[in-house]
Design a protein around this ligand. Structure first.
Ligand SMILES: Cc1cc2nc3c(=O)[nH]c(=O)nc-3n(C[C@H](O)[C@H](O)[C@H](O)COP(=O)(O)OP(=O)(O)OC[C@H]3O[C@@H](n4cnc5c(N)ncnc54)[C@H](O)[C@@H]3O)c2cc1C
Ligand code: FES
Length: 271
């Protein structure tokens, strides 16, 4: 049986600076690992340690993968030093992704805050690859400043698509910013869909997810139709150590994607 703790060797192909604190690393594992959008991987820096990341790349591309990483501590600091040709390790894919099949023929609202755009990029690629299978697609994203807006050029390209209604906002504008100013919950009212039957996908820092969920419930979305990506502290990633517990669930195995209905009664879900 394959050892779930043994990372697969992977070679870094490119390291792109997105913002002063965020980089996207593209790598090619020795064995194809593939992933369902919303699943995560454990990325190992040899001699330093490993950390969980949700791939930000296209799930249909199986030979290579990208992760978009914010520099916050020991492992991510080393990830930011990676260059083409460096060797890393990858375990996964781990956890459960978004149940895309059950989104068919539905109206879907995707809400992203801050670095939450990274996993959502992979989800949006999946929607674009399956364009026509969903009734209507909305993206609402919020960031602190225009400078922190991830994948800005690419997202400006998405805004031209016929199959997507997209709007963005920043907390603090600069002189070039022509869009909305304020938090992401302020631009949810412009979403013209049947909320009671719609799907909402939310990803971002816990505080952004908390207020976005509150707003979506006020709008009429059902608990079971709000999907949240819960990035709890993880260690083993395979349901053995208990670090990632949310009530009766292990986020690494039962999540990291949960519906609000699954977890709403557990204490501390937004901590
Ligand atoms: C399922 C999952 C998917 C993730 N996907 C991404 C992703 O796509 N991109 C990305 O940049 N990050 C992602 N993260 C967060 C990432 O795993 C952490 O930032 C990373 O583990 C930090 O490791 P470190 O050694 O650099 O920091 P450490 O030295 O361990 O910690 C430095 C600081 O960061 C804080 N920190 C550590 N882990 C987290 C965390 N999970 N969330 C918030 N703060 C944390 C610590 O409390 C500490 O203050 C994800 C986490 C999970 C669980
Ligand atoms: S990370 Fe070990 S049980 Fe989830």
């Amino acid at each position: 049986m394959k050892n779930p703790y043994r990372p697969i060797r992977a070679e870094v192909k490119e390291a792109v600076t997105e913002t002063p604190t965020i980089k996207t690393i593209r790598f090619r594992p020795d064995e194809e690992i593939g992933f369902k959008t919303g699943q995560f991987i454990e990325l190992t820096i040899p001699g330093v340690g490993e950390a969980p990341f949700t791939p930000s790349s296209r799930p249909s591309v199986r030979e290579e993968m990208e992760v978009t990483v914010m520099r916050v501590g020991k492992v991510t600091e080393e990830i930011h030093k990676l260059q083409k040709g460096d060797i890393i390790g990858v375990r996964g894919p781990l956890g459960k992704g978004y149940p895309i099949e059950s989104f068919k023929d539905k109206e879907i609202l995707v809400v992203g805050g801050g670095c939450g755009f990274a996993p959502l990029r992979s989800l949006m690629y999946e929607f674009f690859d399956k364009s026509g299978q969903f009734r209507k697609l909305f993206f609402r994203g919020g960031c602190k400043t225009p400078g922190e807006l991830l994948y800005r050029e690419e997202i400006e390209g998405w805004a031209k698509r016929d199959d997507l209604d997209l709007d963005l906002t920043v907390d603090k504008a600069d002189s070039q910013w022509k869009g909305n100013i304020g938090v992401v919950t302020n631009i949810l009212d412009s979403v013209d869909m049947n909320y009671a039957d719609g799907i909402a996908v939310v990803c971002g820092p816990p505080i952004a997810m908390k207020f976005a969920t509150k707003k979506l419930l006020e709008m009429g979305f059902k608990d079971e139709n709000i999907y949240l990506s819960m990035e709890k502290n993880m260690s083993c990633g395979i349901g053995k150590c208990g670090h990632c517990r949310i009530g009766t669930y292990y986020a690494c195995q039962d999540g990291p994607v949960f519906t609000y209905a699954q977890i709403k009664d557990f204490p501390g879900i937004w901590d």
